[in-house]
Write a protein that binds this ligand. Structure first.
Ligand code: BES
Ligand code: MN
Ligand code: ZN
Length: 457
């Protein structure tokens, strides 16, 4: 579904933005009938209030106070998206009022609906791009976020490793990128043992998908966990934990959304995207607890829980990505339940040893309202991922610092100068401004804004 702005036209209905500190400054300019309607409906300019005016008179949208808008980012755009189906245009952009970019992007992101399996969809509000915004770059961000959401929302039956590869090929065609994939037994022959091991029990063959784009500039490699469904393997997840596991390719969906932003904006870099795409399922040939496997880089891994599969497939992909020595490698994965326990579903925890990266990202994060938070690669916990009879343990017992130990595990395979890993949740549990319920991108808008600065260092 396209998230775009409407053409400007004479019959676009006016939106009057009304702050809650002095609503009368705007309300006094309305007709008597409109003023009564506003009063009758209790409209006072509170953030997120939206009131359509009778007789196609347009709409009032509450912008609250600056403090309220910091607490609830994207609320104004979200309120506009909820207006009755018509085309609107903001009539009174106040210079000291809410940021036009945030209103416009909040509107686009709030308009997202996952409609692939719906026979009908209701008419929606359309918005003429507010004055002063770069409409096409906001549309690029929204379309890329929409790609991420669609990929996550699509059920595993229609988004298996094969369909995920097809989605990468479709994206690549749009931007003239190259795609290749190593599939099935070829994974063994080409030394991707862990990707093969995790994916071999599923009906749809596991694969490593690779997309490259761009001829000059710094080399940037994005690696995304593409577990198209995570049953937990022989350490089967209980039903309640398995229910949402179509989203376990959320890391892949995020890096593809970010790749789309990079390609569509023509960022100067040599981009490479690596997605180990598998289904973690159960069969007679499934990998087992207690097995020991040798990863691509030669480290041996003891399997203590087949449900800690993400770090296994990422290990081979990160080792492979490292061989080309990119300037920066970024990994995104729905890696641990522990990350969600630590920071909840809104915030993407990330790990890096690169302080300039972390501070550029923190600044971008608050600027574009895409929350991330740094967690440490705490060295003393390295002992927790060393079992004794192999080099590494994929699932340390003890229930401590699960997101950190998983990140430390990944770092053993990321042999590059600059590395960052994001442990994302990838799912919005209830409708919120700019985040309708369902699959959601995390950290990719912040990364997109920070990357030019990060890559220039
Ligand atoms: N995909 C899950 C992690 C997950 C679960 C992310 C729920 C978001 C929401 C991952 O493969 C997993 O099962 N991790 C285990 C690791 C454990 C066995 C060491 C976990 O976090 O419980
Ligand atoms: Mn798992
Ligand atoms: Zn998983």
């Amino acid at each position: 579904m396209a998230l775009t702005f409407a053409e400007d036209s004479a019959d676009a209905l006016p939106i009057y933005l009304v702050g809650s500190e002095a609503p009368e400054t705007v309300l006094a300019g309305l007709s008597e009938e409109q003023g009564e309607w506003a009063e009758f409906n209790g409209f006072n300019g509170q953030l997120g209030q939206a009131l359509a005016l009778p007789n196609r008179g347009g709409a009032l949208v509450g912008t609250g106070t600056p403090e309220a808008r910091i607490r609830k980012r994207f609320a104004v755009g979200a309120a506009i998206s909820g207006l009755p189906g018509a085309t609107y245009k903001i009539a009174n952009p106040a210079p000291e009022g809410p940021d036009a970019d945030e209103i416009a992007l909040g509107f686009l992101l709030s308009c997202y609906r996952f409609d692939r399996y719906r026979s009908q969809s209701a008419a929606k509000a359309k918005l003429v791009a507010p004055d002063g915004v770069d409409a096409s770059s906001l549309e690029t961000i929204a379309a890329s976020e929409s790609l991420t959401r669609d990929l996550i929302n699509t059920p595993a039956e229609d988004m298996g490793p094969d369909a995920l590869e097809e989605a990468v090929r479709t994206l690549a065609r749009e931007f003239g990128a190259d795609v290749s994939a190593v599939e099935g037994d070829d994974l063994k022959d080409q030394n991707f043992p862990l990707i093969h091991t995790v994916g071999r029990a599923a009906a749809k063959a596991p694969r490593l998908i690779e997309m490259t784009w761009g001829m000059k500039g710094p080399a940037l490699t994005l690696v995304g966990k593409g577990v198209c469904f995570d049953t937990g393997g022989l350490n089967l997840k209980p039903g309640a934990s398995m229910g949402l596991m179509k989203k376990d390719m959320g890391g892949a969906a995020n890096v593809l959304g970010l790749a789309r932003m990079i390609m569509a904006s023509g960022m100067t870099c040599r981009l490479r995207v690596l997605i180990p795409a598998v289904e973690n399922n159960v069969s007679g040939n499934a990998f087992r607890p207690g097995d020991i496997y040798t990863a691509r880089n030669g480290l041996t891994v003891e399997i203590n829980n087949t449900d800690a599969e993400g770090r296994l497939v990422l290990a081979d992909a990160l080792a492979y990505g490292s061989e080309a020595k990119p300037d920066l490698m970024i990994c995104m994965a729905t890696l641990t339940g522990a990350a969600r326990v630590a920071v909840g579903p809104d915030i993407a925890p990330f790990f890096t040893d690169d302080d300039p990266f972390a501070s550029a990202l923190a600044a971008a994060s608050s600027q574009v309202a895409d929350p991330v938070w740094r967690l440490p690669f705490h060295e003393p916990y390295e002992a927790m991922i060393e079992p004794g009879i192999a080099d590494l343990d994929n699932a340390p017992s003890g229930g401590m610092a699960g997101s950190i130990t998983a990140a430390l595990f990944l770092r053993r395979f990321a042999d590059v100068g600059r590395f960052a890993h994001f442990d994302v949740y990838g799912w919005q549990r209830a409708n919120a401004p700019a985040r309708p319920k369902g699959g959601v991108g995390q950290g990719i808008r912040a990364l997109f804004h920070a990357l030019p600065e990060v890559l220039s260092k």
